[in-house]
Design a protein around this ligand. Structure first.
Ligand code: FES
Ligand code: ZN
Length: 315
């Protein structure tokens, strides 16, 4: 039996690969919140945070429920408010279960929550968009449509809620996969915009923060189990069709050969981001149709909406 490297008394439940530590349940729970706190503190998120509103984008999955738990815990120390926001994309066999999980955890933590339907705002669900993709009627994969629409609604609704920050549950694995995807696509601007804090580059953009940026997916899973953040652990059925899915497999293989590889690569990429931050050039304007921030005259969400509605009307 391996004992906890911190208390030396209890049985270890997890190994932290990049620190060479073994932790028991109790010490890991503390470690998890402190790690997130350190990450946000280093990025200056808590200076003047008292009285501000942090809206947590909560899908009801393990990572975003962990983010909600961490922010609620830290809110007592730093004096900010926390609310949860869930975007219901309309993905059957998945979202209905995680909505239940969010409601249960939000009630337990005493956090107000808001649920926003994609169908109501855009006129179609992601299931409908996915069907059109598989029939060859649109070129965007389900994850592309889902990602654009989720980001759009999270920003718009959290801004309307009065958020100073939009918190997301991206863990180290997610952020590393995104960085590698951006590298593969040669999207240097997207690569340097990532990190713990994504600053607002337009008055209508809410700055985004990622408390779990240095926390492995495996750590996130174990934390959600030991803190009893009950979630059904279902994956979206469209995930295997994405580039991300393959990158995830590749990075996991490399981690299996070289423990701590993912953490070290993430730190290196963040270091690069800092050095190259002065080369950020993306300028935002406002979408001619909806008025939301956009890099082009018409935002991607409106472009997708117009196209899908047209295909649906002609069906
Ligand atoms: Fe669900 Fe991409 S649409 S993971
Ligand atoms: Zn628009």
């Amino acid at each position: 039996m391996t004992l906890c490297s911190i208390c030396g008394k209890e049985k270890a439940v997890i190994k932290i690969p990049y620190e060479g530590k073994y932790l028991c349940k109790k010490c890991f729970k503390k470690y998890f919140v402190e790690k997130a706190e350190k990450t946000l503190k280093k990025a200056n998120v808590f200076s003047n945070s008292s009285g501000k509103l942090f809206v947590v984008a909560t899908s009801g999955g393990k990572d975003s429920l962990n983010a909600l738990y961490v922010m609620k815990t830290l809110s007592k120390k730093y004096g900010f408010d926390v609310e949860a926001l869930l975007i219901n994309e309309g993905i059957s066999g998945y979202r209905e279960f995680t909505i239940k999980a969010l409601i249960k955890v939000a009630n337990r933590l005493n956090v107000p929550y808001r649920i926003v339907d994609v169908k109501k705002h855009f006129g179609f669900t992601i299931d409908e968009a996915a069907k059109l993709f598989f029939e060859g009627k649109i070129e965007w994969k389900p994850c592309t449509v889902c990602g654009v629409i989720r980001r759009y609604l999270l920003n718009k609704v959290s801004r309307e809620m009065g958020a100073s920050y939009l918190v997301t549950g991206h863990n180290l694995d997610d952020d590393l996969q995104t960085a590698v995807m951006n590298l593969i696509r040669g999207d240097f601007q997207a690569l340097i915009r990532g990190g713990v804090v994504v600053k607002a580059e337009h008055p209508k953009l809410v700055p985004r923060v990622r408390p779990l940026h240095y926390i492995y997916e495996k750590e996130s899973l174990i934390h959600s189990i030991i803190t009893e953040l009950e979630t059904p652990y279902v994956e979206c059925s469209y995930a295997p069709y994405s580039l991300r899915w393959n990158i995830r497999e590749l990075l996991n293989k490399l981690e299996a050969v070289e423990s701590g590889f993912k953490y070290r690569l993430m730190v290196k990429i963040d270091d690069l981001r800092e050095r190259f931050s002065k080369y950020k050039v993306q300028k935002f304007t406002e979408c001619r149709l909806c008025g939301e921030p956009s890099a082009k005259e018409i935002c991607k969400a409106c472009e997708i909406k117009l196209r899908i509605m047209k295909v649906l009307e002609n069906a």
